[in-house]
Ligand binder design. Structure first.
Ligand code: URA
Length: 215
């Protein structure tokens, strides 16, 4: 895991397997099927890293040889919240890793000036849950900060939220961390910049279109 001195809460998960798979995803000739599969695989690897500090407790069990107090996750409930629609491609990988997690959905589209407009929100109760918000492309940062603000407005504590993306632009990370300095952001790559259409460069194009095979 690497950090960038500009962004104290940005964590770049630069594992070689993740970098290798991401390069295939960036390639414009990669098929929809392979793109989807790689996104799921990368999310599994990233999910493993971002859940590394989940608290453990022990449970008494009997192995075939003798009793032992075996480590198990300490009842921390997890909620996965993909931002529609591209976030769905990451939610699958996270659910495979944490099958008992609840899943919420936040639907946003880009309105005027690339500002997010809400069209669907359904979330689990905050309780004592850890919320993992996922969306592959952290571009302008507006949707990311809006999605996290929606959780906070519904009573989720900022320190119970983690934001998971695949590729980020520095402009978006700055916007996000100015708004939510307590919320860690995990990415596989921090790219160079945004272009005039608010796409990440070099990026991988439109993640939603590439996941779902649309244009
Ligand atoms: N959304 C995408 O899918 N790709 C980008 O580069 C930026 C936003």
């Amino acid at each position: 895991m690497r950090q960038d001195p500009r962004f104290p809460k940005l964590f770049i998960i630069d594992h070689p397997l993740i970098q290798h798979k991401l390069s295939h995803m960036r390639d414009r000739t990669t098929s929809t099927r392979t793109f989807r599969e790689l996104l799921r695989e990368i999310t599994l690897l990233m999910g493993y890293e971002i859940t590394r500090d989940l608290p453990l407790t022990t449970r008494a069990i009997d192995t075939p040889l003798e009793p032992m107090d075996a480590p198990v996750i300490a009842g921390k409930k997890v909620a996965i919240v993909p931002v529609l629609r591209a976030g769905l491609g990451m939610a699958d990988g996270l659910l495979e890793l944490i099958p008992s997690a609840r899943e919420g959905h936040i639907g946003l589209y880009r309105g005027e000036d690339n500002r997010p407009v809400e069209y669907y929100v359904r979330l689990p109760e905050p309780e004592r849950r850890l919320f993992i918000v996922c969306d592959p492309m952290l571009a302008t940062g507006y949707s990311a900060l809006h999605a996290v603000q929606m959780l906070i407005d519904r009573g989720v504590a900022p320190d119970a939220i983690r934001y998971l993306a695949l590729v980020a632009a520095p402009e978006g990370v700055q916007v996000f961390q100015d708004a939510h300095p307590q919320v860690p952001v995990y990415v596989a790559a921090l790219d160079a910049r945004l272009n005039d259409d608010a796409y990440i460069v070099p990026g991988l194009g439109d993640a939603g279109d590439r996941i779902f095979g649309t244009k």
